[in-house]
Design a protein. Structure first.
Length: 323
């Protein structure tokens, strides 16, 4: 069927999960094509069960906004996650150039390009691999974070950013072990001086959040534990940090921490398994990740090479697609 003039702006298509949105938007922004348009899928059964394999009527299976977009497909679409892979496959059949982020678990031939982390081990002529995940962290992004949260400059140094997630299948840490490490970290900052810039996630067990609040109750700093604490100061935390400590469960958190120019440590990294263990081993090989609280003793004067894969991947996408 004939289509109207295709959109010149890339579309980012995801299921709305924060990690997937962040990666797709980061890549679209790094392409510098004048902006982007975003679409959140609303997948329905039975299509959402089998995607990216296609069933009849699949164009109606991702919600009305996608059905409308598929009637006038864009020139370029970037998706992240399994649901997006199915939606992009449909658009690709209608002439859209497609970039799928994360392994779709079926043949790579259904998309123009795939972007996958090295630890997923998918390879092919149209597959671009990176260490970690796509993210927006750059010197400019960090400067904006400092400007947006300029009051953090008044906190005593060294400032330790603490990024707390939650246990996963590939990082099954125990809550009591994390609570003990939080107490040790607070004791070190209390003894050595400095402040803490901490944030938790939706996956953080309530017992760990409570332990964090208790441990750092008398330590200078900022702790963001839910929406009731106001705007999430995450960019400010990374921007003002002199060192960063992460729990071992999130590729996105570790990738963004390692994209800064300060030392990064991981708590309970020895508990990781499979892909997460491979990822952290690669970071250690690059000298970008320290174990436990060793980051507190890192030489602050030593230059740190940030892990920034997004610009490299964007340049390759531009080259491959002739953008």
């Amino acid at each position: 069927m004939p289509y109207a003039k295709r959109s010149t702006l890339p579309w980012t298509i995801t299921d709305g999960r924060a990690g997937n949105v962040r990666q797709a938007v980061a890549l679209a922004s790094a392409l510098r094509l004048g902006g982007q348009q975003r679409l959140q899928l609303l997948p329905r059964a039975p299509w959402r069960w089998l995607t990216p394999r296609l069933l009849p009527g699949a164009s109606k299976g991702f919600g009305p906004a996608f059905a409308q977009l598929s009637d006038n497909p864009p020139g370029l679409a970037i998706g992240c996650g399994r649901q997006a892979a199915g939606a992009l496959r449909l658009l690709g059949q209608r002439g859209t150039r497609t970039v799928q982020i994360l392994d779709p678990r079926i043949s790579a031939r259904h998309w123009d390009l795939l972007v996958v982390p090295e630890h997923d081990r998918l390879r092919g002529d149209n597959v671009l691999s990176l260490l970690g995940s796509l993210n927006p962290v750059s010197d400019d992004w960090l400067a904006l974070g400092r400007a947006a949260f300029s009051s953090f400059e008044q906190l005593p140094g060294p400032r330790t950013a603490l990024l707390v997630g939650g246990p996963t299948d590939h990082a099954p840490w125990q809550e009591q072990d994390m609570q003990a490490l939080l107490r040790q970290l607070a004791a070190r900052i209390r003894a050595d001086g400095g402040s803490v810039l901490a944030t938790t996630s939706r996956r953080t067990p309530r017992t760990v959040t409570d332990a964090l609040l208790r441990a750092f109750d008398d330590v200078p700093g900022v702790i963001w534990s839910d929406g009731g604490d106001g705007s999430n100061p995450y960019a400010g935390l990374l921007g003002w940090a002199d060192r960063i400590i992460c729990t071992p469960d999130s590729v996105n958190l570790l990738s963004e921490a390692c994209a800064t120019r300060v030392p990064v440590g991981v708590l309970l990294g020895e508990r990781t398994q499979a892909r997460m263990a491979h990822f952290q081993a690669a970071l250690r090989e690059r000298g970008r990740l320290l174990d436990g609280l060793a980051v507190l003793d890192a030489d602050a004067s030593q230059a740190v090479e940030p892990l920034r894969e997004t610009e490299r991947i964007a340049a390759e996408v531009r080259l491959r697609l002739g953008l």
